[in-house]
Ligand binder design. Sequence first.
Ligand SMILES: Cc1cc2nc3c(=O)[nH]c(=O)nc-3n(C[C@H](O)[C@H](O)[C@H](O)COP(=O)(O)OP(=O)(O)OC[C@H]3O[C@@H](n4cnc5c(N)ncnc54)[C@H](O)[C@@H]3O)c2cc1C
Length: 478
Amino acid sequence: MDKPRSPLPHGKVTEPVRILVVGGGYVGMYTALHLQRLLKDGLRSGRAEITVVTPDPYMTYQPFLPEAAAGNISPRHVVVPLRRVLDKCRIVIGEAKAVDHAKRTATIATLATEEEGAGPVQLPYDELVIAPGSISRTLPVPGLADYGIGFKTVEEAIGLRNHVIEQMDIASSTRDPAIRDAALTFVFVGGGYAGVEALGELEDMARYTTRYYHNIKPQDLKWILVEATGRILPEVGEDMGKYTVRELRARNIDVRLDTRLESCEDRVAVLSDGSRFPTRTVVWTAGVKPAPVLAATDLPRNERGRLKCTARLSVEGVDHAWAAGDAAAVPDVTAGEPGRECAPNAQHAVRQTKVLAENLVASLQGRPLKDYAHKYAGSVASLGLHKGVAHVYGRKLKGYPAWFMHRAYHLSRVPTFNRKARVLAEWTLAGLFKREIVSLGSLEHPRAEFELAAGPPPPEPKDEASRGGTADGGAKSD
Ligand SMILES: Cc1cc2nc3c(=O)[nH]c(=O)nc-3n(C[C@H](O)[C@H](O)[C@H](O)COP(=O)(O)OP(=O)(O)OC[C@H]3O[C@@H](n4cnc5c(N)ncnc54)[C@H](O)[C@@H]3O)c2cc1C
């Protein structure tokens, strides 16, 4: 490794060490949080600076997205405000467009640079933590880009909730059976925890909501889960995966294994088994791929586009660059076989950040680094209110106990006491009152009402003569 610029917190003070964290998700937020604590003195005395570049001013606790979609948790409580949590860091709302690590410079586009039209700015740094996570891994399925929706962000989760309830409103008021049928058909592609939990929670919410529709019964709703392999929820093991299939089928959910979505053009989902479902809802949760910015760096990547990392969470063969989480291919030293990588999940991401931050500081101080080692503990998943499945440390749970464990586990994990208290309060109140069943889709068009009030814009003048005319055809005086 290069000689450290300014050993912290001991050593001769030269210039501050500038640490750049790209991404404000699990890895970005937790790494900055650990660094903020470890470098407390350095930050106070000006010997260190931490800058976090992230497109949103919040970290999203993704495991709560399905519950947010079901209306059990309000969207604000699924996210953690970075400025409050990382109060010793500089938060830049923007996007890293490229990184030239050889020159220790990142190219950053912010809202301000867009507004100014000046183009992205160059941000120099000494240490890089690159954690832009992943995006939905889409395939060239015809119609998917036009009609599909992902399930990775709070905007998508809430948008989907509003959309599902809106479809029920459409079905309830149309006289056309074909429109009604398509509105009440919901296709989910991908049987990992994002897809299964999202479907489980939304189906549960929609079934409850039918109580308030005079002409929609639970059996009118058609939910289809399409999975390309022969199993779902690999995170909870084979037995619990099979249990989940049985549980979903018992709820009248059509689970199709070894099946792929071939097309969703013209709002018709065509599956590889030949079936066709007219639908207005295709939710795509068929895996993730590393964030595109990684391709615009000079850092080494593996064949799947993840950054090649060492078990110490440094980028392989490169000094002063660190990575973890979904964007990083970190060797799983507990696997006992070479070449195995840590899976892209929060369980690894959170634990990796502690080792990453400690190693970064150790490298600045010239101390030895340690390896990241964590054996996957299993997983918990919610399948709707009071329903769940879990396989943790060899223990298998299903139904209510698994659901309870899911809630207890995530409550203990969601960052900050503030968020824990708010989520617990919401769950408690939800137990006392009826579920929320409104769609606030109109929030996505806040100007619609005012545009209506303001009336249509005046027609564009067609020629020279009409340019001088008034609405009643008279000539306009100066
Ligand atoms: C619905 C859902 C449920 C899940 N449930 C579980 C679960 O129960 N258990 C579990 O272990 N895991 C779960 N996961 C997976 C887990 O959330 C991810 O593995 C984890 O978020 C990865 O952390 P990360 O920091 O690498 O990425 P993220 O948390 O996604 O953070 C990446 C951040 O980088 C930002 N970013 C992207 N590009 C740029 C750029 N160019 N410049 C700057 N910033 C950028 C993004 O906006 C984001 O803020 C779930 C995921 C989803 C979608």
